[in-house]
Design a protein around this ligand. Structure first.
Ligand code: FES
Ligand code: FES
Length: 168
């Protein structure tokens, strides 16, 4: 495999050692080499956000990031987030508000919303709309998605204010 590079990285808490071509994008590596199909490929040039994943705690476009660039990093995908329960409340809010139809945009949308909720727990509705403006949805018209995120922010703030433990 002369044209392949060895990379070591952590994906959803598991150490991985693989050989990849230098031109392989991170989202292709995750989907094809690791079978993590939750990150989607839409535009493949950085516009739609369907491929959003986390690298060392910050979201990136998986279609613009090379797999070799993630060498030595901690990568998380929607599968890892879901397994760890980090966004269980948000996922439940998406269902309550019918914030997905075909679901193609949903993993990227949830990854982006998670980062917003961590960095701006007091975000206004306008700030939520601005934050997810880099994630395209062809189905919902966005209102239900914004509703779900805003409700989750409010519920988390309420829990924080009352000291109530998040329901398991
Ligand atoms: S597939 Fe990466 S931004 Fe659209
Ligand atoms: S639910 Fe279909 S693209 Fe968003």
């Amino acid at each position: 495999m002369a044209d392949h590079h060895a990379i070591e990285l952590t994906v959803n808490g598991q150490a991985q050692q693989r050989h990849v071509q230098p031109r392989t994008h991170l989202v292709d590596f995750l989907r094809n080499d690791l079978g993590l199909k939750g990150s989607h490929l839409g535009c493949e040039h950085g516009v739609c956000g369907a491929c959003t994943v986390e690298v060392d705690g910050r979201i990136v476009r998986g279609c613009l990031t090379l797999a070799v660039q993630a060498g030595g990093c901690k990568v998380r995908t929607i599968e890892g987030l879901s397994q760890d329960g980090d966004v269980k409340d948000l996922q439940e809010a998406f269902i309550r508000h019918n914030a997905l139809q075909c679901g193609f945009c949903t993993p990227g949308m949830v990854m982006a919303a998670k980062e917003l909720m961590e960095h701006k727990p007091d975000a206004t509705r306008a700030e939520v709309r601005e934050w997810i403006s880099g994630n395209y949805c062809r189905c919902t018209g966005y209102h239900a998605i914004v509703d779900a995120i805003c409700e989750t922010l409010a519920l988390r703030a309420g829990r924080a204010a009352t000291g109530t433990k998040e329901a398991a």
